[in-house]
Design a protein around this ligand. Structure first.
Ligand SMILES: CC(C)(COP(=O)(O)OP(=O)(O)OC[C@H]1O[C@@H](n2cnc3c(N)ncnc32)[C@H](O)[C@@H]1OP(=O)(O)O)[C@@H](O)C(=O)NCCC(=O)NCCS
Length: 228
């Protein structure tokens, strides 16, 4: 669990690249996550954390959302984390867990102690912040209906300046390939009903409600061999 980091920093990119996309005069590439990307990934998570909008200042500690939705993944599953590098700056990422059931166990065992030391658990939760923290204490909430058919799950976020350039699709494609290499059949994610842009993006790529719970359109998934 990181205890401090600097916001908005740019980092010198590592030379290994697996994709290049030139858009609007700006060269962006997708590359594997490196530990030096941590602060930038946290920054992107906060700045897109309010259903796609900026969540900076929404909670007492801006680390709260990334300590739930980014930190555990880059720490426990760094091999499934990829970033958008715009030439020294990280402006987006995709992170994932290959097997949600084992990730839940590892989160509880390896991540939750640090999280608990940083965020007191208010029970019952009263404020919206209490409820977010309560979520961080309950990794079992990741065990959605259909998790065994779509065992991986992901989180993806891009800053506004790199949205709408095909990079989200490219990140998903990169992750699906990495999951296929590990023999993972499907991946799912939860999306807020308020996040209409993200919902349209996932639908366009072919994500669909999970067959085990077709009425729940807040959890969508895709098979890793689907063309995206
Ligand atoms: C949602 C998000 C990941 C999409 O990434 P992106 O790079 O902007 O999307 P892409 O440019 O790769 O779009 C891929 C396809 O989805 C479509 N699409 C993307 N956003 C769309 C929208 N709001 N409405 C309709 N279609 C959309 C694109 O038109 C494109 O289709 P095409 O290739 O057939 O032209 C990105 O905008 C983002 O990070 N938003 C803020 C954070 C967020 O909401 N994260 C998701 C939390 S669940």
């Amino acid at each position: 669990m990181p205890t401090s980091h600097k916001k908005g920093m740019c980092f010198v990119a590592e030379p290994e690249s697996d994709q290049r996309l030139g858009q609007n005069g700006q060269m962006s590439r997708i590359r594997a996550y490196q530990p030096t990307d941590l602060a930038a990934v946290y920054d992107v998570c906060v700045r897109t954390g309010a259903s796609g909008a900026d969540a900076t200042g929404n909670y007492h500690n801006d680390d709260l959302l990334p300590d739930i939705y980014a930190g555990p993944y880059v720490t426990l599953e760094p091999g499934l984390a990829f970033v958008v590098d715009t030439g020294g700056c990280v402006a987006g990422y995709i992170v994932a867990a290959a097997d949600t059931r084992s990730f839940v166990e590892r989160y509880r065992r390896e991540w939750l102690p640090g999280f608990a030391a940083k965020y007191p658990h208010v029970q019952p939760p009263v404020t919206p912040e209490d409820r977010v923290i309560a979520g961080g204490y309950c990794p079992e909430s990741m065990l959605v209906s259909g998790v065994d058919d779509y065992p991986a799950h992901l989180h993806i976020d891009l800053l506004p300046e790199v949205q709408g350039q095909g990079l989200g699709r490219a990140l998903v494609r990169t992750l699906l390939s990495a999951l296929r290499d590990r023999g993972v059949a499907g991946v799912h994610l939860g999306v807020s009903p308020q996040n209409l842009n993200a919902r349209a993006f996932y639908a366009r790529l072919g994500f669909h409600p999970l067959p085990a719970d077709p009425a729940n359109d807040s959890v969508v998934g895709i098979l890793t061999d689907a063309p995206v």
